[in-house]
Design a protein around this ligand. Structure first.
Ligand code: GLU
Length: 475
């Protein structure tokens, strides 16, 4: 689909409209990403609206987590974010305007009356819908001063078809929709009204959101029509499912975006790239930069079926971005995760170690874990695997290694390798048989970066001391 047919040639405005009742989850982050990419692709604007009208469930923590998560993922919005609750009087004003233009009416039905109506519908196995009992009545029929709600006078005949950019044409008969409430008896707007008024006032041209909102579109469109407002283009994107095909939930380990950063140690560009590929494709391309994504993104590329979240794939992608990442940036990020205050000198060491640490890491936690040997103090506490490597002849072997390394002219990887190889040759064993106990003595573990890198990073004095801690002079 060409840009022109996707946008109709007008300046594009998209928005992300999270409800701050919880963290920014992975599905929301993807919705935000698609909105940002679509807007940027068309040179338009990407706006943020916090839908905080549910006062009981909206929290400042959730708002902070959403803003923080979006910024972390480099999903910065244009202008100031808009808070829906602050616009309540504007929403009420539109309800009044609809009352005035005949597209809405006052409904004085009491709660008990409506409950009796629903009970009857339930008994007759009918769908539970407001029956329009005040649609054509005059307010003079209501008791003086009785509370009322304002309801939409929805069309009763015909049907509405939404030409959804992802789902295709979807039609709903108007007979299936009732006259929903726009303004409650306490004067507060309903969610359905608030969304439409805000989207209109913000100039939103394209509404890209989860397909759990598709049904809402059929309730929202009549408000645009009643107000004579230009209708937005809709694109309802399939939700993200877990590996088992069920909608992604906490049961699948679905986490807030902050947990992908803090707990899983992922890089934002990896998460962003993964989310892009989750539900949108560009041929077989897997590694897609933000710039390319902006260049390529289109709604036609969004798949119609739910995508499955796969943490392994995300971690593989993260490994790629770690290897592509600048060492000093990684050192800073890893330093934050170490269990102690990192000094300037330690940061420099971490930086120097990064080329040896990053090739095997899938996340920042693995790098932090792999880097710990650099900062341990003697005598090293050995883990079980390392202890096993230091049994038998190993202490004597370490003694010979110590002698050879001590005699090495310089402390560079070449000289160190030559020295260790000589010990292996003289002992008649393979290099690995020498490298393993050496690794155990130097790092306290059985896995680490290459042993010559370890020696070089620790330096002469520290290396020799760590070896000496575990060696025994041959008899
Ligand atoms: N606030 C809604 C949500 O968080 C989104 C509404 C919309 O995009 O229209 O699910």
């Amino acid at each position: 689909m060409s840009a022109t047919s996707e946008t109709g040639g007008k300046p594009v405005v998209t928005r992300f409209a999270p409800s701050p009742t919880g963290f920014l989850h992975i599905g929301g982050a993807r919705t935000a990403l698609f909105n940002l990419l679509f807007a940027r692709h068309h040179g338009g604007k990407f706006l943020l609206r916090i839908e905080d009208t549910d006062r009981a469930r909206s929290t400042d923590e959730a708002i902070a987590a959403i803003l923080d998560g979006l910024r972390w993922l480099d999903l910065d919005w244009d202008g100031e974010e808009i808070y829906q609750f602050s616009r309540a009087s504007r929403h009420a004003e539109v309800a009044q305007a609809m009352l005035a233009n005949g597209h809405a009416y006052k409904c004085f039905a009491t709660a008990e009356e409506l409950e009796a109506m629903r009970a009857g519908q339930r008994a007759n196995k009918q769908p539970l819908r407001y029956d329009g009992r005040w649609r054509d009545r005059d307010e003079s029929e209501a008791p003086a001063g009785a509370p009322f709600v304002i309801r939409l006078k929805a069309p009763r005949e015909g049907s509405v078809t939404i030409d959804d950019q992802v789902q295709g044409a979807v039609t709903v008969n108007n007979s299936e929709l009732d006259d929903m409430v726009l303004l409650r008896s306490d004067g507060t707007p309903t969610y359905m009204l608030a969304v439409v008024v805000d989207d209109h006032d913000m100039g939103v041209t394209h509404i890209i959101r989860g397909d759990d909102h598709l049904n809402n579109a059929f309730r929202q469109l009549p408000i645009y029509r009643a107000m004579g407002w230009e209708e937005p283009v809709y694109a309802h994107i399939p939700l993200i499912h877990g590996a088992d095909g069920a909608k992604l939930s906490k049961r699948h380990g679905a986490l807030g975006v902050d947990a992908y950063r803090d707990e899983l140690g992922l890089l934002p560009e990896a998460v962003s790239n993964y989310l892009l590929r989750l539900g949108w494709g560009h041929g077989d391309d897997e590694i897609i930069s933000r710039e390319q994504a902006i260049g390529w993104f289109d709604l036609a590329g969004v798949g119609k079926s739910p995508s499955r979240f796969d943490l392994k794939k995300l971690e593989n992608l993260n490994g790629h971005y770690i290897r592509a990442s600048d060492d000093s940036r990684l050192a800073e990020l890893v330093a934050e995760r170490l269990p102690f205050e990192v000094s300037e000198a330690q940061l420099t060491l971490l930086n120097a170690a990064m080329p040896a640490l990053k090739p095997r890491a899938a996340n920042l936690n693995e790098i932090a874990d792999g880097a710990m040997f650099l900062f341990r103090t003697r005598p090293l506490v050995l883990d079980e695997g390392a202890e096993a490597l230091l049994e038998g002849d190993s202490p004597q072997l370490l003694f010979r290694i110590h002698v050879a390394l001590d005699a090495a002219g310089s402390w560079d990887t070449e000289a160190l390798e030559a020295a260790v190889r000589t010990v292996a040759d003289e002992a008649g064993v393979k290099l690995g048989a020498v490298a393993q106990p050496l690794r155990a003595a130097l790092t306290g573990r059985r896995t680490s970066p290459g042993i010559f890198d370890v020696l070089a990073l620790l330096g002469r004095e520290e290396s020799l001391a760590r070896i000496a801690d575990h060696m025994t002079k041959p008899a």
